[in-house]
Design a protein around this ligand. Structure first.
Ligand code: HEM
Ligand code: HEM
Length: 178
């Protein structure tokens, strides 16, 4: 176990963080690559199914990550940031935690509610098991697309903040997560 005096996040927290980064990046890359492929082709279907898989993996990792975060030790930032900067960081992190749960759920439930279910690579399929609800599916899908677009900005802000800490403020924020 990492000692409480540690200057870094625990190994578990760091693994959860960077695994999530890879999976979220996978979800974004696949959903954008799909526009380069013709509709109805097996390649496009595979890329869409990979989007679903990356997205579901984000959710799968998010749940134990959040449980493990509760009560976990947060290593101190040296030199300590002003209060507003600390609160801005906390707010962004809460938004990011909410995103990695809500975004995949919106995608999943919209896919299930259209009655067809969610196809995954390798011929696997999560069947739609609660009937067909077109209006609900459509509304959830719109929310999914909106939130996915909005979070380019939030994730971008998060990365810019990390760069600011590393290069301008030169504190230990980034080193704590490496
Ligand atoms: C954190 C995980 C996820 C992220 C970041 C994400 C992101 C996105 C984004 C940005 C779009 C909009 C692309 C565009 O039209 O510009 C999108 C579309 C879509 N996503 Fe996800 N997604 C995630 C998880 C999921 C999951 C788990 C599913 C289903 C199981 C899913 C199903 C879909 C579908 C069906 C669309 C296409 C909507 C349409 O018809 O335009 N997504 N996703
Ligand atoms: C290259 C991309 C990224 C970099 C460089 C980065 C860097 C960091 C750093 C340095 C911290 C520690 C901040 C602090 O303790 O004050 C952090 C925390 C965090 N990051 Fe990222 N991050 C990236 C991408 C992401 C993505 C894609 C997500 C999720 C969608 C994410 C979610 C979080 C969350 C929730 C925390 C808070 C951890 C906690 O204290 O509980 N990050 N990130």
């Amino acid at each position: 176990m990492t000692p409480v005096s540690s200057t870094r996040y625990s190994a578990r927290t760091r693994v959860f963080h960077w695994l999530t980064v890879v999976l979220v990046a996978g979800a974004y890359v696949t959903i954008n690559v799909r526009t380069l492929l013709e509709k109805g082709t097996p390649e496009r279907t595979l890329v869409m199914q990979s989007h679903f898989l990356f997205g579901l993996a984000v959710l799968l990792v998010a749940l134990p990550r959040i449980v493990s975060r509760l009560g976990a030790h947060t290593p101190p930032i040296q030199p300590p940031p002003p209060g507003w900067m600390h609160r801005a960081g906390q707010l962004t992190h809460v938004l990011l935690y909410a995103f990695i749960v809500i975004q995949p759920l919106l995608g999943l439930v919209s896919g299930l509610a259209d009655g067809k279910g969610v196809g995954l690579p390798g011929g696997f399929r999560i069947p739609g098991f609660f009937g067909t609800h077109e209006a609900l599916s459509h509304a959830l899908k719109s929310a999914h697309v909106w939130l996915g677009t909005a979070f380019y900005w939030v994730i971008g802000l998060h990365i810019l903040a990390a760069l600011f800490h590393l290069l301008v403020r030169r504190d230990n924020v980034v080193q704590r997560m490496l």
